[in-house]
Ligand binder design. Structure first.
Ligand SMILES: Cc1cc2nc3c(=O)[nH]c(=O)nc-3n(C[C@H](O)[C@H](O)[C@H](O)COP(=O)(O)O)c2cc1C
Length: 296
């Protein structure tokens, strides 16, 4: 869903890079994207499993945000008062030729007749990723494949059985199904179920270095951060993003020192008070049915 292609990102940074896959262009498009990521040396493939369709984001509807994003006469008129008082932002947006393309959705499918962006997005929604896809994804990518968007130990186990080499506990920053628990609540169950077999990462609501420390203490190997980058970028451009990293790092260091531990490797369950209810595993319908049968 990025505004820049993976080629542009690869050219811009020598650091290790991960590619997050949505099945833009359906299975054929996904295959093409995975092959491109592999060819460019991306080191891990993240397969988001909680977005077979986008959630019902009412605020997006209210603000006229559509997929793919486009500047229309209505949105331009509506946001003009905000844009005009931010000339720097407006200048940079104009420099980008007012583009809000889904850069990765462009040109997928048959090279002789590539799909339009709209067709690529429709093909994604019509062909949601399933557990069965992990086998071929792992084979074509040839490196670590992480399932992003699990919230329970049972789903994490299914992901690992299907071929995922890592899981990311996430509720998509609360942007998909309303009413799901916070990712941190699901982390406990996932770590207990698959923590000994694969690496478990977590995202959602990480805003402070102390949030990072809590997740690591509960058994996450690392955390991912979503909105703070966007906040930093919106506030101050590239230096804003750098500042976000600096804030998280400084706060994490401070938290470790206040806890009296010398490194994140030493963080453990003894450093967090996890509410007892968080460890309760949600009962699978199968088990409930068996118990009901036994009672009769
Ligand atoms: C504007 C926006 C766009 C996102 N796009 C994607 C996406 O394309 N793929 C994906 O797996 N997750 C996407 N996410 C979810 C993030 O990857 C991440 O799970 C979430 O933002 C973490 O929560 P946080 O924002 O509280 O840190 C998006 C989140 C936001 C806010």
């Amino acid at each position: 869903m990025s505004g820049h292609t993976m080629e542009e990102v690869a050219a811009a940074s020598a650091a290790p890079k991960w590619f997050q896959l949505y099945g833009l262009g359906g299975k054929d498009g996904a295959r093409q994207l995975v092959e491109r990521a592999r060819g460019l040396g991306y080191t891990a493939l993240v397969v988001t499993v909680d977005t077979p369709i986008p959630g019902n984001r009412e605020r997006d509807l209210h603000h006229g945000v559509t997929m793919p994003l486009r500047v229309t006469r209505e949105t331009a008129a509506r946001f003009a008062p905000q844009a005009l008082v931010r000339p720097g932002w407006l200048y940079r947006f104009a420099r980008d030729r007012f583009s809000m393309d889904l850069a990765m959705a462009r040109g997928l499918g048959d090279p002789a007749a590539p799909m339009s962006i709209d067709e690529a997005v429709i093909a994604w929604v019509l062909n949601p990723v399933t557990w069965d896809d992990f086998g071929w994804l792992r084979e074509s990518f040839g490196g670590p494949v992480l399932a992003k968007g699990v919230l329970s130990g049972a789903d994490a186990r299914r992901a690992v059985d299907a071929g995922a080499t890592g899981v990311i506990v996430s509720n998509h920053g609360g942007r998909q199904l309303d009413g799901v628990p916070a990712a941190l609540v699901g982390l406990d169950d996932v770590v207990r179920e698959v923590g000994a077999d694969v690496e478990v990462l977590m995202d959602g609501g990480v805003r402070r270095g102390s949030d990072v420390a809590k997740a690591l203490a509960m058994g996450a190997r690392a955390v991912l951060v979503g909105r703070p980058w966007a906040f930093g970028l919106a506030a101050a451009g590239e230096p804003g993003v750098e500042r976000i990293i600096e804030i998280l790092r400084t706060e994490l260091d401070r938290t470790l020192r206040l806890l009296g531990v010398e490194s994140v490797a030493v963080l453990g369950r003894e450093h967090v008070a996890v509410p007892a209810a968080w460890g309760e595993r949600p009962r699978a319908p199968r088990r409930r049915a068996r118990r009901a049968a036994a009672a009769t």
